[in-house]
Ligand binder design. Structure first.
Ligand code: PMP
Length: 394
């Protein structure tokens, strides 16, 4: 008999991955994945960047490189974080990772022993829950409302819970809820964190995709005690296929991430890094992001309008200012998983919300993605989901 590590008992294939297999059929209207719109990928621009890279520095691009990552790309990340997130840093504080997902995996390994406590928003990103699970922690969920994490609850939990080793948050256009923390919550959060001195993972893949209103300062930009570890990524502003993200943290912390990276994969793909850097030299990323925002903003409007028109009054949902998702709350007696099966019969899909709560419950919720479907399909899909919800009303 093959004997596996105990931690494997905690890891099961994600239900969402199974669901996504079904939704890959071409005639399904899928709001399930968190996929960017592929028709917006800058294929031509990347092709030109790839040719230039291979012609001018093909050998370097195919060679091993440093664990930290390609310095010119790290410099561009530093400049971008200053402009977009108000973060003052330098390239010595950036580690390139294979997507921000790798940063999450490393965070679990850097901070968590089995049985340690990790705090996160309730609900939170399923990929982070799964990444942290390998370290066998105890998950404590901090309640949230439409303005983000509830600070009185956070303070209470921190005052009464031993062994809290890390707090994981997504303050901008959260996955799955689409919510963004207010400035007041951010300020209060930093005040509490400074008092308890707990490291914070600030995961920010969506911050640049704001359709309206003012940008919020990142937690990292308000960090006076070097407690915040900021995770960024090119996945949603350029393309996820290159698998390029980054960790920004202070020396002592970043060194630990670097050690783990050496053991995990030595470095992120040299060719991805150099081609992306060349693309950024040849193109204006802000212009590209503006195009993405315009399309996603319209799709968001279309989805919210259709929900208002077709969903029964017994449901509520969030009104995101940006990002990729809205979050629907059904009447308590409904099970979004059961309804998902009925929706699949009508060829429409979403992700049931239960998986986003590490300790279970909340089966009457689901996540809707609006970035990946054209407007006609969004309206049609919402109509079909509305029919299913109505048929299940008591
Ligand atoms: N964090 C959050 C909140 C996400 O939604 C995602 C992607 N869906 C990731 C991290 C990982 O993204 P990537 O590894 O492509 O950067």
């Amino acid at each position: 008999m093959i004997r596996f590590a105990d931690r494997m008992n905690l890891l099961t294939g994600s239900e969402i991955r199974e669901l996504l297999k079904l939704t890959a059929q071409p005639d399904i209207i899928s709001f399930a994945g968190g996929l960017p719109a592929p028709e917006l990928f800058p294929v031509e621009g990347m092709k030109a960047a790839a040719i230039k890279t291979l012609e001018e520095s093909g050998e370097a691009a195919m060679q091993y490189s440093t664990t930290e990552g390609f310095p010119p790309l790290r410099q561009k990340i530093v400049d971008r974080m200053k402009a977009k997130n108000g973060i003052q840093t330098d390239i010595d504080h950036i580690l390139i990772t294979s997507g921000s997902q790798q940063g999450l995996d490393f965070a679990g390994r850097v901070f968590l022993n089995p049985g340690d406590v990790v705090l996160m928003e309730s609900p939170s990103y399923l990929g982070a829950i799964n990444a942290f699970k390998a370290s066998e922690p105890k998950f404590v969920e901090v309640p949230t409302d439409n303005n983000g994490m509830l600070m009185e609850e956070l303070e209470k939990i921190l005052a009464t819970t031993d062994n809290v080793k890390m707090i994981y948050v997504i303050p901008d256009f959260q996955n799955p809820s689409g919510r963004t923390w207010t400035l007041e919550r951010r300020e209060k959060f930093m005040e509490i964190i400074n008092k308890f001195e707990i490291p914070v993972i600030e995961d920010n893949p969506y911050g640049e995709l704001r359709f309206e209103n003012e940008n919020m300062p990142s937690l990292k930009s308000m960090d006076t005690k070097d407690l915040v570890i900021f995770l960024g990524t090119f996945s949603k502003i350029l393309a996820p296929g290159y698998r390029l993200g980054w960790v920004c943290a202070e020396d002592e912390i970043l060194e630990k991430f670097n050690f783990i990276k050496q053991g995990a994969d030595l470095q992120s793909s040299t060719v991805s890094q150099i081609e992306t850097n060349t693309f950024l030299e040849m193109n204006d990323l802000d212009q590209h992001v503006a195009k993405i925002k315009e399309v996603y903003g319209k799709r968001r409007n279309c989805m919210l309008k259709a929900m208002e028109e077709y969903f029964p009054k017994e449901c509520t949902w969030t009104y995101p200012d940006g990002g990729l998702f809205t979050w629907v709350i059904l009447p308590e007696y409904m099970d979004a998983k059961e309804l998902a099966t009925q929706c699949l019969e009508k060829k429409v899909a979403y992700v049931p919300g239960g998986s986003f709560f590490p300790n279970g419950g909340h089966e009457n919720t689901f996540r809707m993605n609006y970035s990946n479907m054209p407007e006609e399909k969004i309206e049609e899909g919402i109509k079909r989901i509305a029919e299913v919800i109505k048929a299940n009303l008591r």
